[in-house]
Write a protein that binds this ligand. Sequence first.
Ligand code: F6R
Length: 600
Amino acid sequence: MCGIVGAISKNRNVLPILITGLKNLEYRGYDSSGVAYLKNNKINIVKTSGKIINLENKLNKSDESNIGIAHTRWATHGKANSINAHPHRVNHITLVHNGIIENYEELKEMLIDNNYSFKSSTDTEVATALLDYYYEKFNDIDKAISEFMKKVIGSYAITMIVDNDLDSLYVLKKESPLVIGISDNANVVASDIRAVLKYTNKYYILDDFEYAKVSSNEVIIKDIKGDILKKELHAINVEDNDISKNEYKHYMLKEIMEQKSTILKTVKPYIEKGIDSLLILPDLTKYKEISIIGCGTAYHAGLVAKYLFEEVTNTRCNVYLASEYRYQNSFLSKDTLTIFISQSGETADTISSLKLVKSKNCPTLGIINVENSTISLLVDKCLYTKAGVEIAVASTKAYTAQVALLSILALSHGLRNKTIKEDDVLKVIEEFNNIEKLITTLLNNKDMYLTIAKKLYKEEDIFYIGRGLDYYLSMEGALKLKEISYIHSESYAAGELKHGTISLIKKNTPVLASATNNKLNAKTISNLKEVMARGASVYLITNTNYKDNTFTIVNIPKSSDFLKALLVIIPYQLIAYYTALLKGTDIDKPKNLAKSVTVE
Ligand code: F6R
């Protein structure tokens, strides 16, 4: 969603840092952008709607500055236009903001009573005015920030310039990520360190209710009381965070292809020494049951884990959507381990659910891709997926890394609770060691996916069905297709069709299914025949030898339960990709979507 970059230097022009930083954050989703910098001792603000190129075109090419802040906005309060775009300026304060000020209406009324007026419909302009109000009142920026933090309800990462202190950036944080990168040339603030990796890989992380004064040669971090804090300096590995697209037309295709190595990279530490390394994973036998929480694709990865924990290791496992979990009776107990799955580690609903579980002192585990992200730091224990940076909005390699790690966790649990024999565990380890070959074969089946995509891309409604694990995979298959091709696609449990959905089937309606479970395959195939009898065109992904000229069949290799999800999803991902390619959509940045959903 929104992105922040700020930079300050003694002798360097920071405008290129701001613009490159914004471009690196583009993938997160935005609909307007803006920048503020010091020009002739005054704050100059340039804002536009649309792409960053519009902002660049509006900037005076010869301008240079040693201090500036910049922002990409994903509209929440008010339309995506240049008035609502950040930075906002009220009297002495100019700022950019990520997050949502929940009590902004009440604050706005108070500020209007105190003679403030507003140009935009944003909560951010209210935050700017509130900081100015306290700054005027106390004539002290520390006090103003502290009062602001006490008064505001909601989330914020703020970077601001204060008129009477033009040698510093001020940054404030609550529930929205913000880091301060340090380098000899310039100090840079960003909502994601990877936006400014070209300039530095060393950074401080701000925690909630902390703020900092960042000047060109110093960073002073304080808590809400104004006490100076000593913080750890982190370093991020530049190679692992490579964001180049190489020869690929889209990041999504590059990331789909990378799965031949990211899956193994993720599980390797837990299989390289056979059974012994599996036992490095947390012991889950002390818990009666497992809860899993995530959003979107991460939730779908959780469903695969539910299948393995329940069907293979005989351990009860419930999976919840974070946006629902946070507002329902969660029946929390110390006997339940709650696992939080998130690529970004910054998803607002997942963070809130985590805080709820932690408030009851119940055990938590994270399956997270981004190191030092909010969730990874809050959970009791974090296991990292090794997918590398995922740029395309539609998640692919992060999903398979999550599924692989959860599968290995279930395998180690099955070994410990003796629901899986040691010999069978060794066979699964062997399969994972060979996964690169299996995935490569599937990735190379481009002609098949393209043939199917040609049949799908002009359709308006597509159905995905399956039973058991295959039902969970159909959910992820349908999500991939709808988010990047904008074709309405829905997933249904195959056995549910007759209870309503089958009325939607008409001549040529595409129905896609996977069938990888010997106990259920015949039933799914019957359901496919039923829709065919009503005119549907049918596509089947299967690891059986099933032959039927009236179906389009995608064959995948046979495997244990632990690899099935990984093998079924590759065809689904590539069918979605080629369908969107034929439709000509913006595959890496689909409309209305954001990579990291930092508001609820
Ligand atoms: C879909 C997709 C989203 C994310 C969801 C959670 O392709 O990427 O559904 O999975 O927004 O994001 P994270 O995993 O960052 O918590």
